[in-house]
Design a binder for this molecule. Structure first.
Ligand code: AMP
Length: 147
């Protein structure tokens, strides 16, 4: 990548982050019923999981919830209020640390539609979506910074 383009991206990196206050999330102690309601109401299939100190724990998705309540011959919807989000949280999802480079962002956005950003204390800062990053990249390509 052209160096000045990369520098421009890294300087403006904060503009990419959708702040925590605007991100739909659940807490690890919430029930799967609550998580399913949040996912359904927002229309997202994957959202972050936090603890009550706003530290990042992982992600939860619809598939993980449905898998957990799958019985041999039926779906056990009655289990939804009993089981906690911590039972199905995905813990090995990549995260971005504040100060992340544009290369790291691009590398992870190939496989993931969005990534969580955390600070040095693992506190949840927000998310970066593939859509926002691609929009900025397209803009930069059409208006090169060094011309
Ligand atoms: P988008 O590119 O805007 O469609 O977002 C890609 C994915 O990022 C969505 O499918 C969600 O999983 C996640 N996402 C985007 N915005 C939010 C938000 N405000 N709260 C929670 N998750 C979000």
């Amino acid at each position: 990548m052209n160096n000045s383009l990369k520098e421009e991206f890294e300087l403006a990196m904060e503009d990419y982050v959708i702040p925590a206050s605007k991100v739909a999330h659940v807490f690890e102690d919430n029930s799967l019923e609550h998580a399913l309601l949040v996912l359904t109401n927002t229309g997202y299939t994957l959202i972050p999981v936090l603890d009550y100190d706003n530290k990042y724990i992982g992600m939860i998705n619809n598939a993980g919830i449905m898998n957990d309540i799958m019985g041999v011959e039926s779906i056990l919807f009655e289990n939804l209020p009993e089981v906690k989000v911590s039972n199905v949280v995905i813990r090995d999802y990549p995260v971005l640390r504040v100060g992340f480079s544009f290369e790291i962002l691009l590398k992870h956005l190939i496989d993931h539609s969005f990534l969580c950003v955390v600070d040095d204390d693992n506190e949840f800062v927000g998310i970066v979506t593939r859509r926002v990053a691609l929009k900025r990249l397209a803009k930069a390509i059409h208006q090169p910074v060094d011309q």
